[in-house]
Ligand binder design. Structure first.
Ligand code: SF4
Length: 172
């Protein structure tokens, strides 16, 4: 493996970048993806960043059943991503078509169009489930990244200590 390849692999392990695509979701799962990325659940603390170009992304997060309108776009986005690349299907609709399966305009779940590495069922999916799936995916596919997640969890400040500080602040 050349130096550039090593640098790319190191970046992918330590800070995978994700791109989100709505293939036909009702918006419920999309809101949960946003919740996972924003400060309350904060996927970014694990080094996982969202950005807009498939050419820069390592992980494609897809919500919703795939429709005739989005099928080609989904395929194009997947093709534009460089390897190694991973796909996460978020929500029952993305996993199997869900309640929309069989509709005249729905082609099925994400794996009817592109290969899927992780499935997260649920309607809508909780942000905790999205974080758990991304963590499991990294452990399975990028073993060295798992060490980083472990370290990050250990480094997390103690909640009780935080509460004690808050309490002290409120008393003043
Ligand atoms: S799984 Fe539920 S919340 Fe998610 S896109 Fe389908 S219907 Fe909407």
């Amino acid at each position: 493996m050349g130096l550039v390849d090593k640098a790319i692999a190191w970046g992918g392990r330590n800070s995978p970048w994700i791109i989100h695509f709505n293939a036909g979701a009702c918006n419920g799962c999309d809101i949960e993806v946003v919740d996972a990325l924003t400060p309350r659940f904060d996927l970014e603390r694990l080094g996982i960043l969202q950005q807009g170009s498939p050419r820069h992304a390592d992980v494609l997060v897809v919500t919703g059943a795939v429709t005739l309108q989005t099928r080609e776009r989904l395929k194009e986005i997947y093709d534009q991503m460089s390897t190694p690349k991973f796909v996460v299907a978020v929500g029952t609709c993305a996993c199997s078509g869900g309640i929309f399966d069989g509709c005249y305009c729905v082609t099925g779940g994400v794996d009817a169009v592109i290969p899927v590495d992780a499935y997260i069922p649920g309607c809508a999916v909780r942000p905790e489930a999205i974080i758990h799936a991304v963590d499991a995916l990294l452990k399975a596919k990028l073993p060295k990244a798992a060490g980083r997640l472990k370290k990050d969890k250990k480094a997390k400040p103690d909640r009780k200590e935080d509460a004690a500080h808050d309490g002290a602040g409120n008393d003043q």
